[in-house]
Every structure is written in structure tokens, then in C-alpha cells.
Design a protein around this ligand. Structure first.
Ligand SMILES: Cc1ncc(COP(=O)(O)O)c(C=O)c1O
Length: 371
């Protein structure tokens, strides 16, 4: 249907990457990394060059997110998926309550459910529906996902939990451009390959004094085996020294640091959220306006400001449009989440994806369909 489609020159985006992770890493970050020559890559993470980089990342994130001074910015290898298991083994006392609404929040729930001594409760929203997170009286840990990357559903507000309950937020694809008061969370964690324009394999977690205390208490218990690589004590004590427990990917730290600097220079968290709001407004109003498109997430307050999911009328095959763009090399990464199986575009609005490029993308899709 779209074999003869050709994007007019003036509509070609400045960068073809609209994927929801790994996300667009600016090319000048690569040049900056190359310019470090022999002074960074291939040097020890126990020595000043890398330790200073980790420190800069920790300080830059603290400034950006206004992380309270008694919280610790903890970094380690493994990414958010690994951190799901660390939380299950090292932070859940007896019961974890998980609010799920898609693939990633379900995966996190499974990480708790698979631990024999954890009583894991799932409070499930149907895919595409919003999440009304709340305190669960007998849970000692409440798990919520700031932005469900598979469906494009974002959390509307954080629940207030009991004084001895930990509120843990998987912020992997929302951190940095969806508003969240860190002081209301106990563990706010993410992988940096989304808004923070880096690569995978790292987790970043802001931990409250309450979370640090729980981690220390659980680790002391003789009845619980925690593999060394998953030890909070190891992650925390190394982060306090601007290090990671085992060898990190230095390029990942470098790109993350560049992006944190860029976003602080952009004006900080609120300005980044405003930019995200503007892009979301563009995409969702386009989807509402065109008769052949609709927003997958029905209620606008739950529509993500980071990942837009837009359904296409079954008369047109989104995959064919994507194939036409791929063939000419103008756009990539806008396929629906593979397991969702929808005739849909899933479009990243991450910070480095420019408003002007999203505008061009909307015109490209409309042109493909309308002609
Ligand atoms: C919301 C969310 N949580 C967790 C993950 C898993 O992250 P990682 O692949 O870095 O482990 C992802 C990845 O896309 C995600 O979007």
C-alpha cells in the first residue's frame, strides 16, 4: 500500500531515531567521548578519572531532581530488571504490593512473586487503563511504575504510604520528564537508556533514609541469602565512595553525565517536563484530530509524556508505513511494543527527540495515509 511513498525533503527529521529505548544518543556525545582519548576509557573505576565522573553524575542528578540531602544516589550494574530482583531480595520484608498495567510492571511483580518467602499482591489495571495507586495496609513495600513503556500509561499521582512502608518507583522511561516529588518516594530508580540518553546495563536509584535502613536490617539477617552482586550493602558502600561494586561501562556513565549536564543547562526538571508536555500535546492532539488515528490510552490524564501510543485505523497497516520509512532511512523505532500486538505507533518523546522532528513525523504519517 505504501510502496511508492517518498518523504519530501523538507519533512525529513534531523535524526531518524524515535525509539523508546535505547533512545537517541546525540552524536556530539560520541565525539566528546572520543576526545577523552587515553584518559578515560580503559582506566580503573577505582581511580580519580572514573570516580570523578561518577561523582559528577551523582551531583548532577541530585541538582536536577532536587534529591533530598539525606538520600543517597546509588549506582550499580544490571539495569532496572536486575534492580527488580535486588528489591525483592533486599528490601521486601514480607509483603510487596505491585500496581501493574503492562509488561514492565508485570515483570517487576513476577520478580517479587518468584521469591518463596514474599507474599506478592498484584493490583492490575487492564493494558491502556490508568493506575490508581494507593496504600496497601499490610504491605511493607508498594511498587509503582512512573511510566509503563509498553503501553504509554503514566502514573497520575504517587500514593501516600504508611510510615513503615517503602514506596518504590520504577521510573525507567519517565525519570527526567514526568513530574515526581522524590521526597515522597523511598526508592526512585531507572536505567539510563531512555530520557537520559545513555546505554543500558546500569541502574540509578535514589534511596531514602527509610530505604537505606530497611536494606541494612534485611542484609544483617542470617536467614536470608543475598548473592554478593545483589547486595545493597555493597551497592551503597561503593556509591558512597563514587564507585560501583563491580566494573561499570565507562561510556554509559559518560553519556549519562553529558545528558544530565545538558538537561540541567536546559533549565532543570520543570523545564524538561514542560518541553515534554508540549510534545505530548502535539502528538495527542494530532491523533485526536485525524479520523484514522486515536489515542490508545483513553483517559488523557494517564497519557504518557514520554512515550506516545497511537492506534491506527485497521484500514491502514502501521507496519507497512514503518517499512516505507525504514526503506528510505528517515525514521526508525516507532513500532508498537512487540508483545502488545496492536496496529499502533509507539513514539518516543524523550528529551533529545526534538519537537520539530515530531512535527515532521506527524506530517509524514499523515501524508503516507492521506495520499
Ligand atoms: C518501565 C521499565 N522498567 C524496566 C525496564 C527494564 O530496563 P532494563 O532493560 O534496563 O533492565 C524497562 C525497559 O524498557 C522499562 O521501560
Amino acid at each position: 500500500m505504501f510502496e511508492n511513498y517518498k518523504t519530501p525533503k523538507e519533512l525529513i527529521p534531523s535524526d531518524p531515531r524515535f525509539g523508546c529505548g535505547p533512545s537517541l544518543i546525540p552524536v556530539d556525545f560520541l565525539e566528546k567521548l572520543a576526545a577523552t582519548g587515553p584518559n578515560l576509557l580503559g582506566t580503573s573505576h577505582r581511580k580519580p578519572a572514573v570516580k570523578n565522573l561518577v561523582k559528577e553524575v551523582q551531583e548532577g542528578l541530585t541538582k536536577f531532581f532536587n534529591v533530598p540531602s539525606d538520600y543517597l544516589v546509588v549506582l550499580g550494574n544490571g539495569g532496572a530488571t536486575f534492580f527488580f530482583d535486588m528489591i525483592a531480595l533486599g528490601l521486601v520484608d514480607k509483603k510487596a504490593a505491585h500496581f501493574t498495567c503492562g509488561e514492565f510492571s508485570s515483570k517487576w511483580f513476577k520478580a517479587s512473586k518468584d521469591v518463596p518467602w514474599i507474599d506478592a499482591q498484584e493490583i492490575k489495571s487492564e493494558y491502556g487503563d490508568g493506575v490508581r495507586a494507593e496504600n496497601i495496609a499490610d504491605a511493607d513495600l508498594v511498587a509503582v511504575t512512573l511510566n509503563e513503556t509498553s503501553t504509554g500509561v503514566q502514573l497520575e499521582s504517587l500514593p501516600t504510604v504508611d510510615a513503615d512502608t517503602l514506596l518504590c518507583v520504577d521510573a525507567t522511561s519517565g525519570a527526567g520528564q514526568i513530574r515526581c516529588d522524590i521526597s515522597k518516594t523511598d526508592v526512585f530508580f531507572f536505567s539510563p537508556q531512555k530520557v537520559f540518553a545513555s546505554e543500558g546495563g546500569l541502574f540509578v536509584a535514589f534511596m531514602s533514609p527509610k530505604a537505606l535502613k530497611r536494606a541494612a536490617e534485611i542484609e544483617k539477617r542470617s536467614d536470608r541469602y543475598i548473592p554478593g552482586i545483589m547486595s545493597f550493602d555493597a551497592a551503597i558502600s561503593n556509591s558512597e565512595k563514587n564507585q560501583t561494586y563491580n566494573t561499570p561501562s565507562i561510556s554509559t556513565l559518560f553519556f549519562l553525565n553529558e545528558q544530565v549536564k545538558l538537561m540541567n543547562e536546559f533549565g532543570g526538571y520543570e523545564k524538561a517536563c514542560e518541553y515534554a508536555d508540549k510534545k505530548a500535546q502535539l502528538l495527542y492532539s494530532w491523533a485526536e484530530e485525524k479520523p484514522y488515528l486515536s489515542c490508545y490510552v483513553a483517559e488523557s490524564k494517564y497519557r504518557s509524556r514520554a512515550v506516545a501510543t497511537i492506534d491506527v485505523d485497521d484500514k491502514y497497516n502501521a507496519e507497512d508505513i514503518i517499512a516505507a520509512f525504514t526503506k528510505e532511512g528517515t525514521v526508525n523505532g516507532i513500532d508498537a511494543y512487540r508483545k502488545l500486538g496492536k496496529n499502533q505507533f509507539r513514539i518516543s518523546m524523550f528529551h533529545n527527540v526534538k519537537f520539530e522532528d515530531l512535527e515532521k513525523l506527524t506530517k509524514m504519517i499523515s501524508l503516507a495515509i492521506e495520499s
